[in-house]
Design a protein around this ligand. Sequence first.
Ligand code: FAD
Length: 289
Amino acid sequence: MSLQIIVMVKQVPDTHNVSGDAMKPDGTVNRAVLPAIFNPEDLNALEEAIKIKETIGGKITAITMGPPNAVKILKECLYRGVDDVVLVSDRKFAGADTLATSYALKCAIEKVEKYDLVLCGRQAIDGDTAQVGPQIAEKLNINQLTCVSEIVEVNETDITIKRSIENGHEFLKSNMPVLLTVTNEANEPRTPSAKLAVAYKNISGKTSDESYDDEYLESGIDDPISYIKEWNVESINADPQLCGLSGSPTKVKKVQSVVLTASDVKQIQNTDEGIAELINELTEEHIIG
Ligand SMILES: Cc1cc2nc3c(=O)[nH]c(=O)nc-3n(C[C@H](O)[C@H](O)[C@H](O)COP(=O)(O)OP(=O)(O)OC[C@H]3O[C@@H](n4cnc5c(N)ncnc54)[C@H](O)[C@@H]3O)c2cc1C
């Protein structure tokens, strides 16, 4: 049995470690001062793909759309056991909203040809919309299972998952092909393999094939890739009008930095009664409870 698995990965600014100058005066994110990291839930999606490959076999392709330096996360994918990686990059993708992003990614997935499973993170920590996965599924016209916290069973024809819903969980089954969005409840992503990191340390993005060098040959990895594929608008057969700014109906009207300031101060007694009174007040105001 061998499944063809595609994992969608995104490089994001590390919004979890925001320093003082992370916002520009106009309220937009100052990407230059925030380190670029692997979107956390994409690592959970990748971990699920690797676990499936280890248990029932398969080939994993990781795809990212981003600037040239996004090859960094594609290398991390190789260090974790991905078989093939693709950078979708072109100035014509600049200014893409989620509609144009999912269109470009759908075209890239179709270029891979055969796929059974497409795995996304639930949400990227910068854009935060959680729209891209479901939009890709709609455009590919395949089933989608969102907010997956566990893959319960998978075989060549169908998959059963557990997903978090308000006040509990539900179990859903779908036939292939299907797109999943995976949450951080699903697993603890593994660390990269030292052996694979050495094997792929010099790999770079190229558009033409090259013969394997000695390090690949000595690595003992079956069929190692020798370059990172780079695809642009033309090579994924995308309509340029549907890409980037021209394909993006979302217009940002205004960016506002909201700073919450305290308007009222109340002192409470450091006693059980004082604390109980505060809790009552917060409950009545629906702030807690
Ligand atoms: C008007 C407008 C203009 C914009 N202009 C730009 C711009 O110029 N440059 C820019 O960087 N961003 C721009 N953005 C932001 C960009 O649209 C989003 O970053 C992108 O669409 C992904 O949305 P998200 O971050 O909400 O991802 P989510 O929907 O939260 O992501 C869910 C999952 O989808 C997958 N995914 C998402 N994005 C990618 C990707 N790029 N590659 C592979 N997988 C992915 C991942 O698995 C991810 O976990 C713009 C947005 C708007 C509204």
